[in-house]
Structure formats: structure tokens, C-alpha cells
Write a protein that binds this ligand. Structure first.
Ligand code: 3HC
Length: 700
């Protein structure tokens, strides 16, 4: 057995140190060794008090999430440890640096006092894993910080800083010197003045201002903010129990709801994403010697909505950026877009006026390529048209210094063609941001055939700097996200021809959990954009049904939200069903010989998702995405797929690939081979009884 907990005595104080890199997660070894250390502490008559502290970059960052797939937990499980600490016969102080998260904060709340350095963070992020704090956290935090603060922290999952933690009662002291020295001084003071031990399980909750209405308010809030998620409702139930029942009875509720959450598909999906989002930085065959290029100066070419959104990512990370346009008028318009976006945030109270001025000072404008000749990274965000993109890249090739990274924000076009029109294709890469670019976390990093490893590594690092989730993908039409999104929308559109209303299809997608229905999305991006996007695709299916509605709407000038009418009619940004759409769909269906019929909600969701999953299987076997998990990360960070579904490939694994395969075959019988031939990889995995996740592990 490993022994990650060390016991040492200094000045009659036991220093119990956990050393379990990288983040001191409470694995079985830590729990077992900590339990033994507490036994030693209790029986050690030479010590008067103890300090629980951690080595490395952080205090305990939570339970070990990788153990959650291997139930039952090995004893001692975490709540037992927390109680054992609280029951200790002498005071124990938690000394915190880095982050005390989840089970880490719960252990700290088992201690009788807590001190921390100023940079420390405190949080119960279990909700982000589809869980609730299940090691007495739902009972202890309301006792320590009040029911409202506890609900805010547990429902958002967001950590708070040391000052906030001190003000709300979580911390007893902020230490300004060395943590261990400061903690020892704090313990000595406690002993000197004989501060009574605080055992939270024995303290009553302050129920001032805590009423049924408060809990109902929180229920209403999460109905909107956390639509569809299971864990938030359970968290509220636990805090309600904390207020209404004895500690012991309420703890039974916490325990049973924690297990319910843990075994739910929601939590499995969210845990999958936790690891998948960390795995994206793991690039196979990357040499350890790959250097990161130094990038300090940034430029964006194209001051349209996309270019401005991209620029804002850099400004938000306090990085100066030069925005370039060909005309002064276009540049002024772009700078206005950025100012207006920030102004809207100021009006909503999300940004101070001072912060806005600071960001705007970091923004430079130019209409001359010479002004960006020194940039280390240039991102082109001009109109989505190959001829225009090529022109821009030839100019960049002539103007930019050697070693500069030249990136394109194309969402579909061939990066290799763009790279090959320069004299330095190894410096060219795709950086595909998602609209609205200043908000959506996803960044597809598209590697061309000749893109050099250091350009890829630098781009992945840059993504982290500007707080984007950067996923490396290969070149094909639409890369991963848009290539898989097209079959999803194709089926949604086709079902309109078959007689289902757009509103109903969107409702089914939203009920499944999507942030927006497929038709609301195409109307938002623009029917013109989808029409042109498909038009640019050289291998577009030779099929008169393919995106037929989109084509008709484009010809009618019904572009969507921007023209006030697309698939829906718009009052401001509110979509209203347009009865004319049913007539258009019927007319087109008649012309195409499509029979209208009743379609069940189950078929609606299956056709959209299974078409997407089948494309995902093709993408995997072609090596366009490295792992099934990468595809899931893309859909949950750029396409509004709910995290509790875990992404399309995880969802397929969960349903079972055999069922997905058989259903795809049943659609093949009805609709033919063109769209419904199962991907060879899907067929292979069904034969081998494997999942996409298993295949990804074996093939990386
Ligand atoms: N369990 C297992 N592994 C964990 C972990 C955890 N709680 N937290 C982090 N790791 C692993 C990561 O997977 C990663 O592994 P890798 O290097 O092999 O990819 C490594 O530790 C480093 O993590 P990050 O890359 O995320 O490191 P950062 O420095 O960027 O962030 C952090 C550090 C803020 C601590 C972040 O890792 C984090 O948020 N961790 C999760 C915190 C959390 O959710 N805690 C609650 C767990 S559930 C719980 O406690 C239940 C309880 O109530 C019963």
C-alpha cells in the first residue's frame, strides 16, 4: 500500500501531511492512511493539537473521481473520515493552499478550524459532475456559512476566494506568511486562549430568513439555469433536510441522494466529460522536445462579427490585439461592434465601465498589412469563400515575419488548399471559433497535412491562455463539428417535408436537452449561410431533397432572424410558428414525391442523433478526430448539447452500439443507402461487442 499521509510532531503539534500528486485527491490510499494518522493523533499523548495540510500545488481537490466507476467504495469511505476527524479528541486545524474542493472542503469542514493563504479557493463543484457533496458537505456548509450561501456555492459549483470564505464563516483566519508557520501560530493561539472546539455536526443551522419560499425560489432558478439536470434538485432537497431534520436523519437523505446521483446516467456523462476535457491535451506521437513558439503579439484580419468576437477573447485575457480591415469604414464598424458588446455587458452589470475602458485600450485598429508584419499569431476571419481566403493568405505570406503562425477561422474550407497558397504551409493552421466567438468555449484546432508540431502545440497552449477548450481535429469538409451537425439538421429538415412542424421538431430536440432546436439554430445562423455552406461543398449529395427547405427559403429571401422570417417568424428575437411553412413543406414534398405521415417523437430524436453518430463513426475511423471523447467535448462546448448527455458518442455507447446499429439499418430499409449505411467502424464494434470509448483507448 502507498502511504500518502505523513505524521510529524513540531512543538507538541501533530502535522498531518497529505502528499498525493497531482491534486491530493482522496483516493483509497489517502483515506486509509489518513484514517491511521488520525488514530495515531488520538493516541499520541505528546501532542495537544493537529494541523491537516497538503504537499504540492493544492489542498485536497476532492474525492478521487476515477474511483466512481468502481462501486462499491472501498472502506473507509469519505464521510467516515470526515466524521473521524471531527470526533478527534484534540483540536485539528485545516491549513489550506490551492483549492479545497468537493471532498477536500468536506474534509476541511470536518476539522475544527480552518486557516488558509490568501490565494486559496473553496468550492463544492460536485454539481458539475452530476453529483451532490456526499461526504456531509450538504449538512456542514449550511451550518458554517448559512443555507443561502451553501445553496449558492453548491448549485453553481463555482469556487469562492479566501476573503469571501472568511466573510461567510468558512475560514477562521487568512494567513499572510508561510502556511505551515502561520497555522502553527494559529494553533498555539487557540490553545492559549482555550477556544472551544467547533464540531459542525453538533451546531444548529441559523434558520433566520430560511423559509419554504427560499427553497421554492431556488427551485425556480434552477428550472431555468439548470434545465434538465438531475443533481441540482437533489442538492436543494438535502439543504431543506438540513434545516428541517436532525443532523443524523438529514445525513441519511444526503447519503441516499448522493448514491442516486452517482448511479445516474447524468453523472456518468458529466464525469466522462471531466476526463475527456483533460484528455484533449494529450496528443499522441507528440515529441517531448516539441517547442512552443513564443507568441506575444496578436492580430485578427477581418472585423466582422466573427473577427470582433475572436478579438474579444484576447482582450478579455488582457492581451493586446490588432484588428485589421481593408477599409476604415469597416474597421470603425468592427470597433463599434466590440464596444457595443462590452457596453451590453456593462448594462447587465457583468462588467465595470473601468474594465471596459481597459479592454478597449488594448485594442488597436489598422487598415494596413504592414501594421501586422510583426505579429506572432494572425487569425484570418474574413468571408467564408475560398478565393477571398486565398488572397488574404497570399498577402499575409508577403507581409508577416518568418515564424509567425498564420491561422484561418474557416468553418468548412480545406486548410491544405489555403496553406499551399503560401510559401510556408507548415505555419498555417485552422483555428475555428464558434459563434458567438467571445462566449462559446469551443475552439477546433485544425491541423493541415503540413502543419508543424510546434504550431499545433502552440495553438493548444494559446487556447488555454484565452480560456477556450481547444480540440485538435483533421481536415475534411466541416471538420468534426459542422460535418456532424449537417446530418442532424438534414434529418430535421427532411422531417418537415414529411409533415412534422418545425416547432414540434425543435421542441423534441429541446426536451432531449439541446439548448436550441435545429431550426432555431439555422434561422439564427441564417438560411443564406447554410445554403452557401452546402453550396461550397464539392461532394454535396446529389439529392433533390437535400436541404430543400433551406434552398427554397434562401430563394425567397427568408434568411431567418436577420430578415425577420426564416423557418419561423420573428418578433424581435422571439420565434413564432409560421403557418405558411407547413404549406411550403407540403408543396415541396408533393413535388419531390414525399408522402407526409405521422412521425413519433422517438423517431424524431433518433433520426437526428443517429445520423450524427453514424457520421461521428466515419470521422473516427478516418482519423479526423483522435478519440470519441474529443467529439463529445466538441458537441458539449460548441453546439449546445447538454453535459448530462455526455456528447453524441458517449450517448451511443450508453444506449448500446448494437441498438444504434439496428435502428440505423431500419432507417436504411425505409430511406435507402445514401444516408443510412452504417459506418464500417460501427459495424465492426457491434461485431466485437465494443464501445467507441474502448476503441478510442486502443487506437490512440
Ligand atoms: N479525482 C481524480 N483526478 C483528478 C481530480 C479528482 N478529484 N481532480 C483532478 N484530477 C486529475 C485530472 O484528471 C488531471 O489528470 P491528468 O493530468 O492525468 O489529465 C490532473 O488531476 C490535473 O488536473 P487538471 O488538469 O484539472 O489541473 P488544474 O491545475 O488545471 O486544475 C483543479 C486543478 C482545479 C483541482 C481541477 O483539477 C479540478 O477542478 N478538479 C476537480 C475538482 C472536483 O470536482 N472535486 C470534486 C470531486 S467529487 C467529490 O469530491 C465527491 C464528494 O463530495 C464525495
Amino acid at each position: 500500500m502507498l502511504n500518502p499521509t505523513h505524521y510529524q510532531v513540531i512543538d507538541q503539534i501533530a502535522i498531518i501531511t497529505i502528499d498525493n500528486p497531482p491534486v491530493n485527491a482522496m483516493s483509497f490510499d489517502v483515506r486509509q492512511s489518513l484514517s491511521k494518522a488520525i488514530d495515531q493523533f488520538n493516541s499520541d499523548v505528546s501532542v495537544k493539537a493537529g494541523i491537516l495540510i497538503c504537499k504540492g500545488r493544492t489542498f485536497i481537490a476532492g474525492a478521487d473521481i476515477s474511483e466512481f466507476d468502481h462501486l462499491p467504495f472501498k472502506d473507509p469511505w469519505l464521510p467516515e473520515i470526515v466524521q473521524k476527524i471531527e470526533d478527534a479528541n484534540k483540536p485539528i486545524v485545516a491549513a489550506i493552499h490551492g483549492s479545497a474542493l468537493g471532498g477536500g472542503l468536506e474534509v476541511a469542514m470536518g476539522c475544527h478550524f480552518r486557516c488558509a493563504i490568501e490565494s486559496a479557493k473553496f468550492g463544492l463543484p460536485e454539481v458539475t459532475l452530476g453529483l451532490l457533496p456526499g461526504a456531509t458537505g450538504t449538512q456542514r456548509l449550511p451550518r458554517l456559512a448559512g443555507a443561502k450561501k451553501a445553496l449558492d456555492m453548491m448549485l453553481s459549483g463555482k469556487p469562492i476566494n479566501a476573503k469571501d470564505a472568511f466573510n461567510c464563516g468558512i475560514l477562521d483566519m487568512i494567513i499572510e506568511t508561510d502556511l505551515q508557520e502561520g497555522a502553527i501560530a494559529f494553533v498555539k493561539e487557540i490553545l492559549d486562549i482555550q477556544t472551544p472546539i467547533k464540531r459542525l455536526s453538533q451546531i444548529n443551522i441559523n434558520s433566520n430568513g430560511v423559509s419554504t419560499e427560499l427553497f421554492n425560489d431556488y427551485r425556480n432558478q434552477i428550472a431555468k439555469k439548470s434545465r434538465g439536470f438531475f443533481a441540482p434538485k437533489q442538492i436543494i432537497k438535502c439543504v431543506e433536510a438540513a434545516v428541517e431534520l436532525s443532523y443524523e436523519d438529514a445525513l441519511k437523505i444526503e447519503n441516499s441522494l448522493f448514491l442516486e446521483c452517482l448511479n445516474s446516467d447524468h453523472s456518468k456523462a458529466q464525469r466522462h466529460l471531466f476526463f475527456a476535457e483533460r484528455e484533449i491535451s494529450n496528443i499522441p506521437n507528440k515529441s517531448k522536445d516539441t517547442k512552443i513558439r513564443e507568441i506575444n503579439t496578436f492580430a485578427i484580419v477581418g472585423a466582422g462579427t466573427m473577427g470582433c468576437g475572436i478579438a474579444m477573447n484576447f482582450l478579455n485575457a488582457n492581451i493586446p490585439v490588432t484588428l485589421m480591415e481593408v477599409s476604415q469604414e469597416g474597421l470603425d464598424r468592427g470597433i463599434d461592434i466590440i464596444r457595443n458588446n462590452y457596453q451590453a455587458q456593462v448594462s447587465k452589470g457583468r462588467l465595470s465601465q473601468e474594465q471596459m475602458e481597459h479592454y478597449l485600450k488594448l485594442l488597436n485598429g489598422s487598415t494596413d498589412y504592414a501594421d501586422i508584419s510583426n505579429a506572432d499569431l494572425v487569425i484570418e476571419a474574413v468571408f467564408e469563400n475560398m478565393t477571398i481566403k486565398k488572397e488574404v493568405f497570399q498577402k499575409l505570406d508577403g507581409a508577416c515575419k518568418p515564424g509567425a503562425i498564420l491561422a484561418t477561422n474557416t468553418s468548412t474550407l480545406d486548410i491544405n488548399v489555403i496553406a499551399n497558397c503560401t510559401s510556408r504551409p507548415e505555419d498555417v493552421i485552422g483555428l475555428h471559433f464558434f459563434a458567438p466567438a467571445n462566449i462559446m468555449p469551443l475552439l477546433e484546432i485544425v491541423r493541415g497535412d503540413k502543419t508543424s508540431d510546434d504550431v499545433i502545440a502552440t495553438s493548444l497552449k494559446m487556447a488555454k491562455t484565452i480560456r477556450k477548450v481547444g480540440v485538435l481535429v483533421g481536415v475534411c469538409f466541416g471538420f468534426v463539428g459542422n460535418r456532424m451537425f449537417l446530418p442532424y439538421v438534414r434529418e430535421a429538415e427532411h422531417m418537415m417535408l414529411e409533415g412534422v412542424s418545425a416547432k414540434h421538431i425543435d421542441q423534441v430536440a429541446c426536451d432531449w436537452g439541446m439548448a436550441m432546436g435545429p431550426h432555431a439554430v439555422t434561422d439564427l445562423s441564417g438560411q443564406d449561410v447554410f445554403f452557401k455552406l452546402n453550396d461550397e461543398w464539392e461532394d454535396q449529395p446529389d439529392d433533390p431533397n437535400y436541404f430543400r427547405i433551406c434552398k427554397v427559403l434562401f430563394e425567397m429571401g427568408r434568411y431567418g432572424q436577420k430578415s425577420g422570417r426564416g423557418i419561423f417568424k420573428y418578433e424581435g428575437r422571439t420565434a413564432i410558428e409560421d403557418p405558411e411553412m407547413a404549406d411550403i413543406a407540403r408543396r415541396e414534398a408533393d413535388e419531390l414525391g414525399i408522402k407526409q405521415r405521422e412521425i413519433s417523437d422517438n423517431e424524431i430524436i433518433e433520426r437526428m442523433l443517429y445520423a450524427m453518430i453514424n457520421e461521428g463513426a466515419l470521422i473516427l475511423e478516418q482519423g479526423i478526430a483522435l478519440r470519441a471523447g474529443d467529439i463529445d467535448v466538441i458537441f458539449c462546448n460548441g453546439y449546445g448539447m447538454p453535459r448530462y448527455r455526455g456528447g453524441p458518442m458517449f450517448y451511443a455507447d450508453l444506449i448500446g452500439l448494437k441498438q444504434v446499429y439496428e435502428t440505423i439499418n431500419s432507417y436504411r430499409e425505409r430511406y435507402g443507402d445514401r444516408y443510412w449505411t452504417p459506418a464500417p467502424l460501427l459495424e465492426q464494434l457491434v461485431a466485437e461487442n465494443k464501445t467507441f470509448a474502448e476503441w478510442s483507448k486502443e487506437n490512440i
